[in-house]
Write a protein that binds this ligand. Structure first.
Ligand SMILES: Nc1ncnc2c1ncn2[C@@H]1O[C@H](COP(=O)(O)OP(=O)(O)O)[C@@H](O)[C@H]1O
Ligand SMILES: CCCC(=O)OP(=O)(O)O
Length: 370
């Protein structure tokens, strides 16, 4: 029997880019990555302030391609900093919109994914969904202990791509995802190193709020005593310190750019500081992988490097030279997020799966965004 054709718009707002795609069932018919440089992002005080800019960017890109959005079956966005939930496809509801808008667990570009999906879909009277948001939480109890009872370690990471790439590599290796012990390293605007065992991500650095390697725009783990002193120095407001950690940390702080290709050009032209900082980022990624390998008692089937930075051959080599004694390194540059979002929406449209309901507190109707 001929399968019904669904047309899906997928929206993936990242910290350094907005990625969009149109899929006819599983088949991509249009994909575009719109990069946002440091100056563009920094003109906005908060992520939610970027809403109109990102929406216009998306609609202009679709218009330019001559894509008529009135033919869409649903819109799927990358999910943001919600309450901790299990993986899957969720319908965007009022409670979710309220948590995304206020940034229930903090600020990240992916908060805009569900909001943009909802706003575009609502005008067309079609459903909107998010899939595997950054708060997917499968961590072991032992991994939640931080050392300060009032502070629990949290699972905030590139869940969508880590899971999708782990499944793809498992297939390549001829094994089920559940049977493998993998370390998946997503290197984008943020960097997260996930320990995958038995089909669950049992430990991962909180890629947003000061854990793990520094990244193109984040500080990662910093000397904690110095951070406390900075907070109480009287020189900074809380939001200024937070920006030093997220948005204006890492490569942005040291070299003034979130673009690794610009850093590579700086190194080419003999900039020694750029070389040291780029080396240090690779060094910190390798250290985090070493730490993750101890969670698996050293029994690691593969280390997978993915995300935009995995396109950088020299950067990847700096990491693999330090970690290939642990296990084979498999390089999967870029991400599979658009495809994973489309497939998540499709499973619901085809009634293969029921959309899960987001459990947050109910909010009042009507979000004023435009
Ligand atoms: N070909 C490439 N070589 C080196 N770095 C790259 C390449 N393509 C993208 N990057 C870098 O990857 C990072 C962005 O990764 P990406 O996964 O797209 O992030 P996000 O989704 O967080 O916006 C940027 O620092 C970008 O410069
Ligand atoms: C919040 C974790 C996910 C993340 O860092 O995404 P980007 O790299 O797209 O900013």
């Amino acid at each position: 029997m001929h399968q019904k054709e669904f047309r899906i718009l997928v929206i993936n707002p990242g910290s350094t880019s907005t990625k969009i795609g149109i899929f006819d069932n599983e088949r991509p018919v249009f994909e575009k990555t719109i990069r946002h440089d440091t100056e563009t992002i920094h003109q906005f005080d908060s992520v939610i302030d970027q809403y109109s800019f990102r929406k216009d960017t998306i609609l202009e890109a679709l218009d330019y391609e001559g894509i008529n959005i009135s033919k869409l079956s649903c819109v799927v966005g990358r999910g943001g900093l919600l309450r901790p939930i299990e993986g899957g496809t969720y319908g965007v509801n009022e409670a979710m919109l309220a948590d995304l808008k206020t940034g229930y667990a903090g600020e990240h570009a992916s908060n805009l994914g569900g909001i943009l999906a909802y706003e575009i879909a609502e005008g067309l009277n079609i459903p909107s969904f998010i899939v595997d948001p950054v708060v997917v939480d499968e961590m072991d109890e032992i991994a939640r202990i931080s050392g300060v009872p009032e502070m629990e370690r949290k699972s905030i990471f590139h869940a969508l791509n880590q899971k999708a790439v782990a499944r793809r590599v498992s297939k390549m290796l001829g094994k089920s995802y559940e049977a493998l012990r993998l370390i998946v390293v997503h290197m984008g605007g943020g960097i997260t190193v996930g320990v995958h065992k038995g089909g669950r991500v049992i430990d991962v650095n909180n890629g947003l709020h000061g854990e793990g390697p520094f990244s193109p725009e984040r500080a990662g783990t910093v000397p904690i005593g110095d951070l406390v002193s900075m907070c109480f120095s009287g020189e900074y407001y809380a939001d200024e310190v937070m920006k030093k950690l997220v948005g204006q940390g890492g490569l942005v702080a040291y070299l003034g750019t979130n673009d690794a290709r610009t850093v590579e050009e700086m190194i080419e032209s003999g900039n020694e500081k750029a070389e040291l900082i780029y080396d240090a980022m690779a060094y910190q990624v390798a250290k985090e992988i070493g730490s993750a390998s101890s969670v698996l008692y050293g029994q690691v089937d593969a280390i997978i490097l993915t995300g935009g930075l995995a396109f950088g051959k020299d950067f990847v080599k700096k990491i693999t030279d330090r970690v290939e004694w642990i296990s084979d390194c498999i390089i999967q540059p870029g991400e599979n997020e658009l495809q994973a979002l489309a497939e998540g929406g499709l499973r619901v449209l085809r009634n293969e799966e029921q959309a899960k309901e987001y459990p947050g507190a109910k909010a009042s109707k009507g979000l004023q965004l435009d």
